[in-house]
Design a protein around this ligand. Structure first.
Ligand SMILES: C[S@@+](CC[C@H](N)C(=O)[O-])C[C@H]1O[C@@H](n2cnc3c(N)ncnc32)[C@H](O)[C@@H]1O
Length: 271
């Protein structure tokens, strides 16, 4: 593994601190009670980091998203960890009827509304719903979706499963979400940075994860999302077990094999 790759994220870390530290400090000075709520401080910090990073991150994944989301997403779309709602601009409005943005960080909601409106999805027309929960809050999510469970045609996760907390287990969180909100025959589309298949790179991902995770809202560099999705299983003919009817995963073209931000892309159809 190249030395430059081992320390490649130091630039991102420096930029994140330069951008977010001062405004976060100011927020704490204005509301000292925040000190009792470290999670709220982390959300403020991440909201500033994301203002600085999100456009470049979106641009870096543009081609993948154009190939994954635009041709496949249809019907009611549920975006897990919507951030600023960048996913919405990849949706084809002639095929998508509603955009549901799940985003626990309320400081991101204004930007979701703005991006969704630009793409033609609004709360007033009932084509936009913003849910202020984490993916693990299955009961609240289900309550907000209304009387018909499994009403989602397309479940999307873009760079979010890495931020699922360690508890409950991310495998259980994703399985519960797919089981409860996605229609049978509905699809799950994902583009995630994941654990690198090379043991040495994975070691460095684990090394940096505590600091990176503190800086970027709990994001883990070493999350093995392909294993999580694969572990949900393919349902064989005549069997009850296995979540997917089909499941395909692939990598991001042209990626450096030493990358700490190694990506995986996938499309799975619910049995
Ligand atoms: C790296 S950002 C990606 C945002 C967006 N998907 C995009 O591609 O621009 C990760 C997002 O996941 C959200 N998030 C963090 N923990 C989450 C959880 N447990 N469930 C759902 N979303 C979560 C964060 O607030 C953040 O907006």
């Amino acid at each position: 593994m190249k030395w430059s790759a081992r320390f490649s994220l130091l630039t991102d870390l420096r930029q994140a601190f330069q951008t977010a530290l001062f405004p976060t400090f100011l927020a704490v000075v204005r509301s000292p009670l925040l000190l009792l709520h470290p999670h709220a401080i982390s959300e403020i910090f991440m909201s500033h980091v994301w203002v600085m990073m999100s456009a470049a991150v979106d641009e870096g994944g543009k081609q993948v998203k154009e190939n994954l989301i635009t041709p496949h997403a249809y019907g009611v779309v549920f975006d897990i960890g919507a951030g600023h709602g960048h996913t919405v601009k990849y949706l084809d409005p002639t095929k998508v009827t509603k955009y549901i943005a799940l985003e626990p960080n309320a400081l991101m909601h204004r930007q979701i509304r703005k991006n969704a409106a630009l793409a033609g999805f609004t709360e007033s027309a009932d084509t936009l719903l913003i849910l202020p929960y984490g993916a693990e809050a299955t009961a609240q999510i289900l309550r907000s979706l209304g009387p018909e469970p499994q009403c989602v045609d397309t479940l999307i996760s873009i760079l979010t499963i890495c931020s699922f907390p360690m508890e409950p287990e991310p495998d259980d969180v994703l399985a519960a979400l797919v089981a409860s909100v996605l229609k049978p025959g509905g699809q799950f589309l994902f583009y995630e940075h994941v654990a690198n298949p090379q043991a040495e790179v994975r070691w460095w991902q684990r090394f940096w994860t505590p600091l990176w995770s503190m800086t970027c809202g709990g994001c883990r560099l070493d999350r093995d999302t392909p294993a999580i999705v694969k572990g949900m299983g393919i349902r064989e003919e005549g069997q009850e077990s296995g979540m997917w009817r089909e499941c395909k995963m692939w990598g991001k073209e042209g990626e450096d094999v030493d990358s700490l931000f190694w990506h995986s892309v996938g499309r799975a159809v619910k049995a």
